[in-house]
Write a protein that binds this ligand. Structure first.
Ligand SMILES: [Zn+2]
Length: 612
């Protein structure tokens, strides 16, 4: 499916941003496209409620307002409509009735009376109180202002043409940071310049009681301004070691060297430091939203585990936002997105993100290899490989992002990230081999995503199809690229693509200590050898069991809790010790609780304690 609504270039955006007010940009027919006023009152963010008011230019007759449903970067219909409450529509001070669409729960119908030209809309956004998924939730001391949460817009308008003039009220004493252009700031209230709706949605900002702004690069480096806007739950979390900062400065220069052009007038890395918010990153053209633990900058271990996050989201400005698969370019936020090419959008970004993390010094070369070894080991023990090809993890992405952890090994998850990185590493090694080392995926970055697009400093979207990827690679190094990718994507493969590692001269070796990236994203999970097929928490609760693995054959399943190992109370040490001493073939005796019932299990596993 092709939808090219946003494909045309967006020349003139920066000019529009400079105008304090724009007269009606009327696009026929209904609904009118004009300046929408938006007031977001975030003064009660710490108690998880936002108050929203809008003034929308309208014409008499039927009108449908919609709440953004398909959120760019989240690759799914994740707009949290359930959190919209207190909706009230008014015209000339009189309340108007509304009715939700029976089929599309994101749409509200109303009738605009004669001689009414302005609709006043108000509602509250009820924020989640605890972390979960992509939903951004405020902590007591900070919040991310994701504008799509606070917007209703007339169905059918062009988000590129409709202008919004946002005003934001902050909690007392909080400050804000981000790429929006400020018009007026008075105590605790900031008015921003009018901005096209799509660009507002694409430009979240952070607000917080503890805020630090760091210039990473700018005119003296011959680059557009690059700023890090950090909000935190504490002042100490902002105390970033200088060596770490200089690696982030280097990241900007390395990205410039890799892509050769920057498709934005400025770039802001938003970083929220809190243990009480969801932890993830989300990409935008001129911004990335990075939500990480409070100790991210000050603790080496925490930083290492997430060191490729900012590089990954930064790479997306080129791979994902500017160059974007056709299926992810939609007319507005109500059109469904097709995710088949996420193995490029996310997989290649994962690859370049790791490359840039290593080149900029955020990860050492050795850590980069350990990360790839952890990917390879986990993917090679993914029992779901027997039924689900990699392509299907991309096609079904929006159900897999929110899939439960139980049976994840057999179901497979969003494997196009780690497996995508290995896949593209293999492509890189192949290009180098085919060209006697003269070309690499660096050239692909420059020619397909960067300088080759002939644009600098300008925000635009250029859609591509998979054939464009094959053709660009073909130009770089003649080869059957379609065959190369089809075999690894569409066909069931018992093993992850290991060619990049092996052809590059590496093998995955094993030792008794886990490398820091093994199961690194979940601190409470006990790292176990992948070949055992068991994911268990530190308290013995089994999170996942792979099909036809030693754990599965012993009768274990997710939700059970291991109480004792060889007659002794379960603990991390007791379990790992039992694995180590079971090399002689004696089964490990497990006492397991399943709801209120106890069972015993014999676990036959002779692999010992082996980590990549
Ligand atoms: Zn991504």
């Amino acid at each position: 499916m092709k939808n090219t609504h946003i494909r045309k270039s967006l020349t003139g955006i920066s000019l529009l941003l400079l105008l304090p007010f724009l007269p009606n940009l009327r696009a026929a027919p209904q609904p009118a496209v004009s300046l929408i006023e938006l007031w977001v009152d975030a003064s009660e963010a710490p108690r998880k409620i936002f108050h929203v008011r809008m003034a929308i230019p309208v014409s008499p007759g039927p009108l449908t307002l919609v709440y953004p449903k398909w959120i760019p970067g989240e690759h799914g219909p994740t707009g949290p409509i359930v959190n919209l409450a207190g909706l009230r529509l008014e015209a000339n001070g009189r309340e108007l009735p509304w009715r939700r669409d029976s089929r599309d729960l994101f749409a509200f119908h109303t009738e605009i009376p004669m001689s009414v030209s302005r609709l006043d809309v108000s509602f509250d956004y009820l924020s989640p109180t605890s972390p979960g998924g992509f939903s951004t939730n405020p902590s007591a001391k900070l919040a991310v202002i994701d504008w799509h949460l606070f917007l209703l817009y007339p169905k059918g308008i062009d988000p590129e043409k409709a202008l919004v003039r946002p005003t934001l009220r902050l909690p007392a004493g909080w400050r804000w940071g981000g790429a929006l252009q400020q018009r007026i700031e008075r105590s605790d209230e900031v008015a921003f310049e009018p901005i096209p709706l799509f660009l507002l949605v694409d430009t979240p900002i952070v607000i917080g009681a503890h805020y630090r702004r760091i210039e990473l690069a700018g005119a003296p480096d011959g680059l557009p301004p690059h700023v890090m806007d950090i909000v935190a739950d504490s002042e100490w979390a902002l105390d970033i070691p200088e060596s770490r900062l200089s690696a982030y400065r280097q990241l900007v220069r390395e990205a410039r060297a890799l892509f050769g052009a920057m498709h934005y007038p400025r770039y802001h890395f938003l970083v929220s430091l809190s243990d009480h918010i969801s932890h993830f990153g989300l990409e935008h053209h001129q911004t990335s939203n990075n939500q990480v633990p409070e100790r991210f900058f000050v603790n080496d271990e925490v930083h290492r585990r997430l060191a490729d996050l900012l590089p990954h989201e930064f790479v997306h400005s080129w791979c994902g936002k500017t160059l974007r698969p056709h299926g992810l370019v939609t007319a507005d936020y109500q059109q469904e997105m097709l995710t088949d090419l996420l193995w490029v959008y996310e997989g290649l970004t994962q690859y370049y993100g790791i490359v840039l993390a290593v080149r900029s010094g955020l990860l050492s070369m050795d850590e980069g290899r350990q990360l790839l070894a952890a990917y390879a080991d986990e993917l090679n023990h993914q029992t779901g490989r027997r039924w689900r090809p990699l392509q299907d993890t991309a096609t079904a992405a929006h159900i897999l992002y929110t899939a439960p952890v139980e049976w994840a090994n057999w179901r497979r998850g969003v494997d196009f990230y780690p497996e995508g990185a290995l896949l593209w590493l293999e492509a890189d090694v192949l290009i180098r081999r085919l060209t006697d080392g003269r070309r690499s995926l660096d050239d692909f970055a420059r020619e397909f995503f960067g300088a080759g697009t002939g644009s600098e400093g300008r925000i635009f979207v250029k859609p591509y199809a998979v054939e464009d990827i094959y053709a660009a690679l073909q130009k770089l190094a003649p080869y059957d690229w379609k065959g190369f990718f089809t075999a690894r994507l569409a066909e069931k493969q018992p093993r992850a693509p290991m060619g990049g590692l092996t052809e590059g001269g590496w093998t995955v070796s094993y030792r008794e200590m886990p490398n820091p990236f093994v199961l690194s994203l979940s601190e409470e999970v006990l790292p176990l050898p992948s070949s055992l097929g068991l994911v268990v928490k530190e308290d013995g609760l089994i999170l996942d069991v792979g099909r036809e693995t030693p754990a599965y054959r012993s009768g274990l399943g997710p939700g059970m809790r291991i109480i004792a190992v060889n007659g002794r109370r379960f603990s991390r040490e007791v379990f790992l010790q039992a694995l180590a001493s079971a090399r002689d073939g004696r089964p490990i005796q497990l006492l397991v609780e399943n709801n209120e019932f106890f069972t015993t299990h014999e676990l036959r596993y002779v692999g010992g304690v082996r980590f990549p």
